[in-house]
Design a protein around this ligand. Structure first.
Ligand SMILES: Nc1ncnc2c1ncn2[C@@H]1O[C@H](COP(=O)(O)OP(=O)(O)OP(=O)(O)O)[C@@H](O)[C@H]1O
Length: 357
């Protein structure tokens, strides 16, 4: 999230305008001189067994941004996060986090970040309150501030009512919220969230979204990995997609969708005519530049002229004896972007937990 100042100075007041220009100049200089939240140059990480998990990642993330890091399983997301959080040492490359060198200033990096790992790090035998208190101690929150900070965080993640229950009784959603609270006890300016909502039901996911949005609005930089493209679309200012250890595309969600080129025509067909329908669409002259995929319901055609020639294709399908049960022309989603880049949809796990408290 980049905050820009908007002047309301009337154009007829030259001294105020000059002062404002000065102010703008100062802001720009300050922004330029302030270290970025994350600066990565040529990052490589090869594991001991020879697996090249990350090979040549470049990244520059300004303070206050809500950044999404996407990619299929095994692409290198967690490895990259672990390097940024100084849990792994890079094989090659420069990594600066909040202005500190991840190789030589690991302690400073760690005290300036929060890290919510994929697997829960809470102690199930402790209560929610004890878990947060323990995190306060671990992160060096001054003793006199711990009680207030714990109450504030439990309130923020909506666990006040169960604060004195042992965490092992919690649902998946409650555990994730407790994890989020423990990662934030020291009010870090930068937070890494590694698939924070995987397996949660939509209600629990929404609660965490609200929370992440709130801390981002208050200035916290967020580095998020997620399997849920809708989540990335809803929350992130900018996204990067990593594939086989390399970033293949980055931009705002809108920029990535524009990269797909055109609109998407979804056609639902009766019976098992999916492959036949796809073949007809591929041979359909106006869609010579189109991408045609089969879907659970029928086919999906991405083309610049999807809207203009969609009905002509429906006529051609009817003439070929295909029964069309539904159709829709829409803007591309991030799922379409993913499909276009990787050739396959991003696997999403089905939510399997009741997450509410
Ligand atoms: N400790 C390890 N030793 C050897 N190889 C590893 C290790 N951890 C991960 N890898 C491998 O490194 C590659 C990148 O893994 P990583 O966990 O970073 O991917 P990811 O994008 O986070 O995937 P996921 O979404 O499944 O967590 C994969 O091929 C993985 O099998």
């Amino acid at each position: 999230m980049n905050v820009s100042r908007h002047s309301e100075t009337p154009a007829s007041d030259p001294s105020a305008a000059a002062a404002d220009a000065d102010e703008t100049q100062r802001t720009t200089t300050a922004q330029r001189d302030a270290p970025r939240a994350i600066d990565v140059d040529g990052l490589e990480l090869t594991y001991g067994d020879g697996t090249e998990a990350v090979s040549g990642v470049e990244m520059s993330i300004p303070r206050g941004e809500f950044f999404g890091f996407l990619g299929p399983n095994g692409a290198g997301k967690t490895t990259t996060i672990k390097v940024l959080a100084t849990l792994l040492s890079p094989t090659a490359g420069e990594v600066r986090v909040n202005g500190f060198d991840a190789r030589t200033e690991g302690r400073k990096v760690r005290s300036s970040i929060g890290y919510m790992p994929q697997e829960t790090s809470i102690d199930p035998e402790l209560t929610a309150r004890e878990n947060v208190r323990f995190a306060c101690e671990a992160y060096g929150v001054p003793r006199g501030e711990r009680a207030d900070r714990t109450d504030e965080l439990l309130d923020l993640v909506d666990l006040v009512d169960v604060a004195d229950k042992e965490a092992e009784e919690f649902s998946g959603g409650m555990k994730k919220r407790l994890d989020a609270a423990t990662a934030l006890v020291h009010e870090p300016p930068l937070v890494f969230l590694d698939e924070p909502t995987t397996g949660l039901d939509p209600k629990a996911r929404n609660r965490l979204w609200e929370y992440f949005r709130r801390i981002n609005d208050e200035g916290t930089t967020i580095f998020l990995t997620t399997q849920y493209l809708e989540e990335a679309d809803q929350l992130c200012d900018r996204l990067a997609v990593i594939l086989d250890g390399e970033i293949v595309i980055e931009g705002t969600p809108a920029e990535l969708k524009r990269e797909v080129g055109g609109e998407v025509l979804d056609i639902d067909v009766a019976g098992d005519a999916h492959a036949e329908t796809a073949a007809i669409a591929r041979d359909f002259e106006p869609f010579a530049d189109a991408t045609v995929e089969t879907t659970d319901e029928g086919i999906s055609v991405t083309a610049r002229s999807a809207r203009q020639h969609g009905t002509d294709l429906l006529v051609a399908l009817r003439d070929a004896g295909v029964t069309v049960t539904g159709f829709n022309v829409r803007e591309p989603t991030l799922d379409d972007v993913f499909l276009a880049i990787t050739g396959e949809p991003l696997d999403e796990e089905t939510p399997d937990e009741e997450g509410g408290s």
